[in-house]
Write a protein that binds this ligand. Structure first.
Ligand code: MRU
Length: 355
């Protein structure tokens, strides 16, 4: 499995996703601010992966703390949590993971644990978040495989693969699950302008796994659907609101509308940490606006003229009516999502206190 992120005694190590597929480089973060910077600058990206990175970053930061008293230690802890929360706004997994760390800290404090014991507990919590994410992705793969017909030609957008998670992937987890179930699958990967997660990362992962992959530009999806060359769509998610509206990489909404027009199922695959019952609908999801340079340039080459205004919203919201089903580790959920998601995920909502 791809080594997206790992922890050693004094560092968090990540594959640098900005450099793939050309260069396989690993970035070693030795402090919490270095981990926060890696998240912000997209060394690591993808909703579950940034949650895992934040948890490891917090644990690493506290491991390095020189505070001997619990009060000073607590002040440092909350400061680092804040730092992580400021990195990226849309993926709720980040806030979910920070919340898990805060709950571990609170439980340790209530139990009267020493600073050394709290450090161990934070390390163990981050490790658990990492391990559970891999397990969730594998379960998503097993459930998802049941809705993928043999011979399916699957379109995916962005990268919701091993690189975007602790391993295996969500949307690519469904594809991997179908392949492991013995189905013959071909994948179309939208290039995903402007950051090109599809062309660079999804294609790299799938080719590495020996899965038949064709890269297309985002604007080709409609024509291929009209020609009946796509059987289903599966994408990941950065946040799923209580009513089933889905925030995901910019361009996902266009794909969903096209899929509806052509009667093609549009599936979303995500773990429970992406489901945010505290956000009533998609209009309440904060959408990250990223640097204009991602749009005006490819690498160091300028495409757009100086002086043109630029927009770069990194995510969009797909209304629930376009979503055929949501595949999670707890099973497959269909409309009406307000009810089906509440039934399956209600206990989690009470645990998420920060966002
Ligand atoms: O800006 P990114 O690359 O972090 O955006 C990633 C996506 O939109 C993914 O599709 C989403 O996080 C799901 S990852 C399993």
């Amino acid at each position: 499995m791809l080594p997206t992120i790992s922890r050693s005694a004094d560092a968090v190590v990540m594959i640098d996703q900005r450099k793939l597929p050309g260069v396989e480089l690993y970035v070693t973060c030795r402090t919490a601010p270095e981990v926060a910077r890696a998240i912000k600058t997209m060394v690591i990206r993808g909703a579950p992966a940034i949650g895992v990175a934040a948890a490891y970053g917090i644990a690493l930061g506290m491991r390095r703390s020189r505070a001997s008293g619990t009060q000073k230690f607590a002040a440092e802890f909350y400061k680092i949590c804040e730092l992580m929360a400021e990195t990226r706004p849309t993926a709720v997994n980040l806030f979910w993971a920070i919340d898990q760390m805060k709950r571990a800290f609170a439980a340790a404090a209530t139990a009267g644990e020493s600073v050394a014991q709290i450090k161990d507990r934070l390390d163990a919590t981050a490790e658990r978040i990492h391990d559970e994410d891999v397990e969730s992705c594998r379960a998503i793969g097993r459930h998802g495989a049941t809705i993928v017909p043999d011979g399916a030609r699957i379109l995916t957008h962005c990268n919701a693969g091993a690189l975007a998670t602790a391993g295996y992937g969500t949307a690519l987890g469904v594809i991997r699950g179908a392949v492991e179930a013995g189905k013959k699958i071909t994948v179309l990967a939208d290039e995903t302008r402007p950051f090109l997660q599809g062309a660079r990362l999804t294609a790299w992962e799938l080719v590495r796994d020996g899965i038949d992959t064709t890269v297309i530009t985002d604007s080709m999806a409609g024509a291929l659907m009209a020609q009946r060359q796509i059987d289903l769509v599966v994408v990941g998610a950065d946040r799923i609101a209580a009513n089933g509206d889905v925030a995901n990489k910019i361009g996902t909404y266009s794909v969903a509308v096209l899929a509806r027009e052509h009667d093609i199922p549009f599936y979303v695959a995500a773990p429970a940490s992406t489901v945010d019952l505290a956000t009533p609908d998609g209009s309440a999801i904060p959408i990250e606006e990223r640097n204009a340079r991602e749009v005006t340039h490819v690498g160091s080459s300028r495409l757009a003229p100086e002086g043109a205004h630029v927009r770069n919203p990194a995510f969009d919201v797909t209304p629930n009516r376009f979503v055929s089903a949501i595949v999670t580790e707890r099973g497959i959920f269909r409309a009406p999502y307000l009810e089906s998601l509440a039934r399956a995920f209600r206990p989690d909502v009470a645990t998420v206190t920060s966002r």
